[in-house]
Each structure stands twice: as structure tokens, then as C-alpha cells.
Design a protein around this ligand. Structure first.
Ligand code: ATP
Length: 358
């Protein structure tokens, strides 16, 4: 549906997009994720036509967009600031994009009501837009974009002005809406959790380029660089020595864990020459309580820090012979104690959860 071919964008001297090549499939919920300034908004705006490109090609629906102005593209954009008109009613806001449409007012009213229904605002048409909550305004902005029946809906941090509860609710509604209307959604966000929850696929961007493009689970379980691993969730790192390697296995000696063999697909990163480290997520380690035994591997650790979150407890533990602590997240189970700082414990881990960066 959308394709970038070696897209470069300069703002004066500043190289904001550095050869982006990627494809977005029809009907997909696709996210551009990255830290502030990485170029994700710029890339989104090149789809909409609000931003010209310095070189390369942007295709939408198989057509080169080079000479297609923004208002002729099959795309529509929803902004962070909503940009709704406070002095108009909800229905007037939603119908705004139809003002040059030849349909009769009665036909337009049907379309407005249909769009309001999609975003859960049926019957709100006569309300003054200024009298809406933040979440309702965002829905009005969505309805206004959807009424034009774009092939691609572009969303630039659409939920960032909402509080946490409202944001989580809108995330679920956006997923539902996208399934219902079936059009391609492209979301810009700097919030990794939001991207993981909502997307079919995510492009993680740093410094004007895509570092990894994959589905949420692959990004989380098999990040292709330390940078991606650290940007998406929490990852522990331990230094490792590569002891041997075949076409399908790698033998390692990992600080604190000892000798271990992993599969080649657990080393998704291109060699960087920065030395080998092994990464693993906090939930892949388990504290063993009295009587429990490890199903795979186990090691000893000293508890250095305990942070209790109600449903979860985060433990920072020190493995023998390792300088920096390792984080373990444990789901709290009724009747099981939370361990104290200074306690020694056994920790279960699994070779399959390790990722090698080298
Ligand atoms: P944020 O989450 O902060 O919006 P972003 O990843 O969306 O970040 P962009 O807005 O795409 O980043 O900007 C990428 C880089 O290009 C930034 O360094 C920004 O300062 C620069 N930039 C963006 N727009 C312009 C402009 N019109 N003129 C000059 N530089 C710009």
C-alpha cells in the first residue's frame, strides 16, 4: 500500500531521513516508533504530502506521489492537537471535510452520523465541540478523518494529550476501529508500549533511518541491536565469550551464568565489533521459592533491591561474579512472600531466552 524507496530528506544542512526503504501492507496497523527527533513525523508527513522529499520515491497505492499534492492523495491525517473547531458543533466538525462534496445536506448528515457511530459518539452531533472531553475531541478528529474514506489514515501521536486511563481505552478502540474499517493505519509514537499493543508491525527508527522492522513479538524477543533492545522494554546484559560456533549453534561462556549453548537465530544482530554481550528480559528469569526446582538452568543470586508494584515485584539481584545487578520481574502470587533485600536466592533461567549481540 505504501512504499519508501531510499527516501532522503534534508532540512537545509540537516539530514533528517537517511535512505529509508520499507513497505507498509494494505490493511495493516503500522507504527513508526523512535525517540524524539529520529524523523518519524517527517516520514509520516512524506506520505501525506505535507513534506517534500530530497531524493528517493514514495509510493501510495502503487502510484508515485512525487507530483501528487496533499489534497489529492488517498490519505488523511489525525493530529496530536486534534485541530477541531471549538465554535462548531460536533456534526459540523465531522462534516467539515465534505463541504465541497456535491452530496445533499441530508446525505451528508447520514455520513456524519455513520462516522460518529464508528467512534462511539452516535447522537453527539449537536453538541458544541468546546464542551467535549479530551477523549471525545480525539474521537471527533478521528470521525472527521474517516468520513472522507481515505485508503490510509495517518496518526501523529494522536493519544499523547490524553491521561493514562483514557489513552489505554482509546488504544483498544483504535484497534477495534481499524479492524472494523479495514483501512491502513500508520501511527507515529514514541511510546513503545503503545506501539507493541496496537501494531501489526513496527518500524523502530533512530537518526533518520529504520533500525528494525518487525512484528511486536519479534522486536521484543529478537531485537537486532542493543539499541532496539534497550528502547523496547527492559533488557539485562551480561558480558559473554564466544567459545565456539557451528552453522546452527553458538557456545558461550556468560558472566554469572556459565557455559551455555544457544541457537544461531538467537543472534539476530549484525556483528558490531563491540564485543559479545548476552541480553535477556526481566520476566525470563524466575526466583525459586522453597521447594521449587528449575526446569532448565539455575544459578545463585543476592537480592539487592526490591520494588513492589502490587501485581508485580521487581528484584534487582547480583549474580556471583558479576559487577552490575540484573533485574527480575515476578508476578505476585497470593500467599507467596516478597523477599527482602540481602536475602540469597536461587534463580531459574533458560538458554532459549538469551539473545546474543556481538
Ligand atoms: P518528535 O517525536 O519529537 O516529533 P520525530 O521523530 O517525529 O520527533 P521529526 O519531527 O521528524 O522527529 O524531526 C526530525 C528532525 O528533523 C529533528 O531533528 C527536527 O529538529 C528536524 N526538523 C523537523 N522539521 C524541520 C523543519 N521544518 N526545519 C528544520 N528541521 C526540521
Amino acid at each position: 500500500m505504501i512504499e519508501f524507496r531510499d527516501v532522503h530528506k534534508y532540512y537545509g544542512e540537516y539530514h533528517a531521513l537517511r535512505g529509508v526503504t520499507a513497505q507498509i501492507k494494505e490493511g495493516e496497523f503500522f507504527s513508526l516508533l523512535g525517540p524524539s527527533g529520529c524523523g518519524k513525523t517527517t516520514l509520516l508527513r512524506t506520505i501525506a504530502g505535507f513534506e517534500g522529499i530530497s531524493s528517493g520515491v514514495v509510493l501510495v497505492d502503487d502510484k508515485d506521489m512525487a507530483r501528487v499534492p496533499a489534497n489529492k492523495r488517498p490519505t488523511n491525517m489525525v493530529f496530536q492537537s486534534y485541530a477541531i473547531f471549538p465554535h462548531l458543533t460536533v456534526a459540523q466538525n465531522v462534516g467539515f471535510g465534505l463541504r465541497r462534496d456535491p452530496r445533499t445536506p441530508a446525505e451528508k448528515a447520514v455520513l456524519v452520523e455513520e462516522a460518529l457511530g464508528m467512534v462511539g459518539l452516535a447522537g453527539y452531533g449537536n453538541r458544541a465541540a468546546h464542551a467535549l472531553s479530551g477523549g471525545q475531541r480525539q474521537r471527533v478528529a478521528l470521525a472527521r478523518a474517516l468520513i472522507l474514506k481515505p485508503k490510509v489514515l495517518l496518526l501523529d501521536e494522536p493519544l499523547s494529550a490524553l491521561d493514562k486511563k483514557m489513552r489505554e481505552q482509546m488504544q483498544v478502540e483504535l484497534i477495534r476501529l481499524q479492524r472494523q474499517v479495514g483501512i491502513t493505519f500508520v501511527l507515529v509514537t514514541h511510546d513503545q508500549e503503545e506501539a507493541l499493543v496496537m501494531s501489526d508491525r513496527i518500524a523502530v527508527m533512530f537518526e533518520g533511518n529504520i533500525s528494525q522492522l518487525a512484528d511486536p513479538e519479534t522486536l521484543y524477543r529478537r531485537p537486532n541491536s542493543r539499541k532496539v533492545a534497550e528502547f523496547i522494554g527492559v533488557m539485562n546484559f551480561l558480558p559473554a565469550d564466544i567459545k565456539g560456533e557451528t552453522s546452527d549453534k553458538i557456545q558461550l561462556d556468560v558472566a554469572g551464568l556459565g557455559a551455555v549453548e544457544i541457537d544461531q537465530d538467537q543472534a539476530p544482530a549484525a556483528p558490531s565489533g563491540a564485543g559479545a554481550v548476552v541480553g535477556f528480559r526481566p520476566e525470563t528469569l524466575t526466583i525459586l521459592f522453597d521447594g521449587q526446582t528449575a526446569t532448565d538452568r539455575e544459578t545463585e543470586a543476592l537480592i539487592e533491591e526490591v520494588v513492589y508494584y502490587g501485581d508485580m515485584t521487581y528484584y534487582d539481584v547480583r549474580l556471583d561474579g558479576v559487577a552490575s545487578p540484573v533485574r527480575i520481574s515476578m508476578r505476585n502470587v497470593f500467599g507467596r512472600p516478597v523477599l527482602d533485600i540481602g536475602a540469597r536466592t536461587r534463580v531459574a533461567w533458560s538458554a532459549g531466552a538469551l539473545v546474543l549481540f556481538r
